[in-house]
Design a protein around this ligand. Structure first.
Ligand code: TK8
Length: 331
């Protein structure tokens, strides 16, 4: 009421351009509020508020309350929800080339991940989302994934045999773990804790920060450090909603998203360095898989990796390889 009157007054006086209407953004994410996703979401909301001087308001919804990643993606495409952060892995059904981030052992460290994701290779992939009704803004960090299970310590490649392992709803993860002799079962993240608790599955794989914030230590005894793949998260907007925003508002959101990316990665890395000790303190038994055993896992997965990379658009794969070569020679 007050704002509308101010707007009319401003128009009548001709002193300032018409005040744009207030916009409320519903931003959903799958992990709980204590997670790195939660920290990143709160930062993004504040930054959007600050940069728009209160004109754009972002409400954050954690714990999958707006639905699992796949459902939110569809809500964004249909224009029923404005924004989200989630795994790139669940975008593969929409755009197979996003499977490039799921290639096991693609990145050796965070520096390589940042360089490739934020460089031309990662940005070109973001642009392919437009044609699918989504706007890809930035990549956040979920992190290098590690294994947990409730059956036995997994120290060797052979130890994976027969472990009922929850994987993301993504063919690369399914095929990779099937190749190692595990029994992969695709499941939405929102159903994972219960599935572990009920022992519908024996184990799962996620970065240590996510294992900690999701309290998987309550239902999983064994943690194996494998760092088998780096998982980015992706901040998405609904394209139909985005197209209705002013260029100035789009710019505010883009800027805030970039700031949130830098913040969230830093936060995630600090949290990650403390997570293993915290998980031990919670009673988890930690095994570090040796490079020799990891090489065996990689060899088992090799036919899958070749199949996956062979099915990618050559431009995407070549751009990723070029970017990796760049960051590796820069050292
Ligand atoms: C959270 C998921 C999660 C991912 C998974 O919504 O599904 O295991 O690692 O972070 O995006």
């Amino acid at each position: 009421m007050k704002k509308a009157m101010l707007a009319m007054l401003a128009l009548a006086l001709g002193t300032v351009p018409a005040l744009a209407q207030d916009v409320t953004i519903r931003f959903g994410y799958g992990l709980n509020e204590e997670s790195t996703q939660g920290e990143g979401a709160r930062f993004l909301a504040k930054e959007i508020d600050r940069l728009s001087e209160g004109r754009l308001k972002m409400d954050t919804f954690g714990g999958g309350t707006l639905g699992p990643d796949l459902q939110m993606q569809n809500a964004l495409i249909g224009g029923a929800q404005e924004m989200m952060v989630g795994s790139t892995a669940t975008l593969v059904g929409l755009i197979p080339d996003f499977g490039v981030w799921d290639v096991p052992f693609l990145f050796a460290n965070e520096k390589e991940a940042d360089h490739v994701l934020d460089g031309p290779a990662g940005q070109a992939l973001l642009e392919t989302l437009d044609a699918q009704g989504l706007v890809g803004l930035v990549y956040w960090e979920n992190g290098f994934r590690n294994l947990t299970n409730s059956v036995r310590p997994i120290a060797t490649a052979e130890d994976l045999a027969g472990i009922k392992l929850r994987v993301m709803q993504n063919p690369v993860f399914l095929d990779t773990f099937a190749a190692t002799g595990a029994s992969p079962i695709p499941l939405a993240f929102s159903e994972l804790f219960t599935a572990l608790e009920m022992r519908t599955v024996d184990g799962q794989e996620n970065p240590v920060t996510t294992i900690q914030s999701s309290r998987f230590f309550e239902v999983q005894k064994y943690l194996t450090i494998t760092n088998h793949v780096y998982s980015p998260w992706i901040v998405l907007a609904s394209k139909s909603w985005w197209d209705g925003l002013s260029a100035a508002d789009q710019e505010v959101i883009r800027q805030a998203a970039v700031a949130s990316r830098d913040f969230e990665r830093e936060y995630s890395r600090a949290a990650s360095s403390k997570a293993v000790e915290a998980l031990k303190a919670e009673g988890m038994e930690v095994t570090v898989m040796t490079p020799e055993e990891l090489a065996k896992v990689a060899a088992m997965a090799d036919p899958v990796i070749s199949k996956v990379t062979g099915a990618l658009s050559p431009e995407v794969w070549n751009a990723v390889q070029a970017s990796l070569a760049e960051v590796r020679t820069a050292n």
